[in-house]
Design a protein. Structure first.
Length: 211
């Protein structure tokens, strides 16, 4: 599996705080040229939330881009989407049985023990972090940092995503440490939150990660 360097995440909680529609945000990212998007939704899936996920999945499929559901294997299957699992989610083997052999599945890891254990899991790519200190989680794991990330990179041949505290000013450190992709959450959201500003921020990220 080959992942694009730019791995944007749409956090529904952060957008709700700003009163900005998730679908408008996702559409602006796609319009700017992104080929992947992960939906990060930590609350329950209400009927309207599920319908929103289905619409986004259809939108990205029609554009030939990868749409990833965070945590929820059941929602990913119903939306015919990819899935990204955390350490406390459904085991990867069970998710694979539910989604079938071809659906892309990613798995988050936070240290050497978890990264080594992931070698036996039926997943297509891995994430490792937090790369830098992050405010997107209430109880984050210890920071990995560039040097440790570079050391751990040699433990897997799968695509490896750096996540946690990554901004436009430090993203190339993650690429230099061996990351195939960089996951972006907070730095994807511009101060002036409009579709035009989101497109511009996405274009800035895409240009940066070309280098």
């Amino acid at each position: 599996m080959v992942l694009p360097r730019f791995y944007p995440l749409v956090d529904t909680g952060l957008l709700a705080e700003r009163g900005f529609p998730v679908e408008s945000f996702a559409e602006a990212i796609l319009d700017a040229g992104a080929r992947l998007l992960q939906l990060r939704h930590k609350g329950p899936y209400t009927r309207s939330g599920f319908a929103m996920a289905l619409r986004l999945a259809a939108l990205f499929e029609s554009a030939g881009a990868l749409f990833v559901i965070n945590d929820r294997a059941d929602i990913a299957r119903l939306a015919a989407a990819a899935l990204h699992l955390g350490q406390d989610d459904l085991p990867a083997a069970a998710a694979r049985r539910l989604l079938g052999a071809t659906a892309p599945i990613g798995l988050s890891t936070h240290n050497e023990t978890q990264l080594r254990a992931a070698a036996g899991e039926p997943v297509d790519y891995l994430a490792l972090g937090p790369f830098f200190p992050t405010g997107s989680k209430q109880n984050p794991d210890p920071v990995v940092g560039p040097a440790e990330f570079a050391r751990l990179r040699s433990l897997t041949s799968r695509p490896l995503v750096a996540i946690g505290g990554i901004t436009r000013t430090n993203a190339l450190q993650a690429i230099g440490a061996g990351a195939d992709s960089v996951a972006i959450i907070s730095d994807l959201i511009p101060g002036e939150l409009t579709p035009r500003a989101v497109r511009a921020r996405t274009e800035e990220w895409l240009q940066l990660l070309k280098t």
